[in-house]
Design a protein. Structure first.
Length: 135
């Protein structure tokens, strides 16, 4: 899974180069993913806060394949969750937007500054390295 984004019909899931629309909320879908790992969204966030002393921009760690960082809050109409492990590169466009290129060579364009996305991506990478050291 590469990313999950809100849409008018529910959420769009980008997986292996294909788009799939699901009539669910973003938080509801993340909760379902986390339940397979015997956790909930709120429970996972609270555990990461306590264990890693992260209080803002908390990555959504599902398992070793899926660790999402969010662009906007989950309630925002343009909310996007990007899977750190699926990203090949991030680049700035001419109109100050950001392109995220995935390992499958699919691409999404986000209307947020490049530095913002890059910072979130790097913080998630640091969290994953810290998490791996503990295990």
């Amino acid at each position: 899974m590469q990313c999950i984004m809100k849409s008018a019909e529910g959420i769009l899931i980008y997986h292996e180069g294909k788009k799939k629309t699901v009539k669910k909320g973003l938080k509801q879908y993340l909760n379902e993913l986390l339940l397979t790992e015997y956790s909930t969204y709120e429970g996972r966030l609270e555990a990461i806060k306590r264990r890693h002393k992260i209080y803002r921009n908390i990555p959504i760690y599902i398992n070793d394949q899926y660790c999402f960082y969010t662009i906007h809050s989950l309630r925002h109409r343009d909310a996007v969750c990007i899977n750190y492990h699926a990203v090949l590169s991030i680049r700035q466009t001419k109109n100050n937007a950001t392109e995220v290129i995935f390992k499958s060579l699919n691409m999404i364009t986000l209307n947020v500054p490049y530095a913002y996305v890059l910072r979130k991506h790097m913080r998630t990478g640091m969290f994953i390295k810290q998490h791996l050291k503990e295990h």
